[in-house]
Design a protein around this ligand. Structure first.
Ligand code: IMP
Ligand code: MG
Length: 198
């Protein structure tokens, strides 16, 4: 094998997305603000479900970090499950077609369930998941979302627990991605509009 480096084209095509460093992006919600709200929601849930156990169903992948923090802020028993749905893409005017890619592993009939999502945006994903989960006849079903963008709603749905309502701006961090990147960023930051491919 030769040690020579592979020649890569050094000019980007116009369609290629750019991934600016997260440190250059404005912080919308700091990790401290997130911690404070998640603790508060955890307390509220703990009080409301006192004496019961809860199944937290996270929507992969964006909700993973919110779910992990929320679970540790809740002091009644929780179990985890996860679902994954196909994303229809941000720019696309959705047909409402959301597809289940990974279903729950354990039955939820008769259980107290909280669906945990990163962002409630158009509402299509959570409407689809809520209706599907209700078919399993849980004892109760609520929705917790880290962020809510009420301006973007295409179908009427509300979350029971919302950490922050935000304007119609694209954000990354705290589990949320742009093209699968930035999920590990600790604060929630504004993704710049001018970044290519957005
Ligand atoms: P909807 O409510 O069906 O439109 O789906 C919301 C999903 O869109 C979220 O779970 C995210 O995966 C994605 N999404 C919406 N807005 C943003 C954003 O600002 N940043 C990252 N992902 C977003
Ligand atoms: Mg998501």
């Amino acid at each position: 094998m030769s040690n020579s480096t592979v020649a890569l084209p050094n000019s980007k095509t116009a369609a290629e997305p750019t991934f600016p460093p997260s440190s250059t992006m404005e912080i919308l919600i700091s990790k401290e603000q997130l911690a404070e709200r998640v603790t508060a929601i955890g307390k509220q849930i703990s009080a409301e479900y006192e004496g019961h156990s809860i199944v937290l169903i996270g929507v992969l992948k964006g909700a993973a970090i919110f779910l992990a923090d929320l679970a540790r802020a809740i002091d009644v028993d929780v179990t985890f499950d996860f679902v994954a749905v196909s994303s229809y893409g941000r720019a696309r005017v959705s047909s409402g077609a959301v597809k289940m890619i990974k279903d729950i592993d354990n039955p939820i009939e008769g259980k107290h369930v909280i669906l945990v999502e990163d962002i409630l945006d158009t509402g299509l994903t959570l409407t689809f998941l809520r209706d599907l989960m209700l078919q399993h006849k849980p004892a109760s079903l609520k929705i917790a979302t880290c962020l809510d963008k009420p301006e973007r709603r295409l179908v009427p749905i509300q979350a029971d627990y919302v950490a922050f309502a935000i304007p119609n701006q694209f954000v990354i961090g705290y589990g949320m991605d742009y093209a699968e990147r930035y999920r590990g960023v600790e604060d929630i930051r504004l993704f710049p509009n001018e970044a290519v491919g957005h």
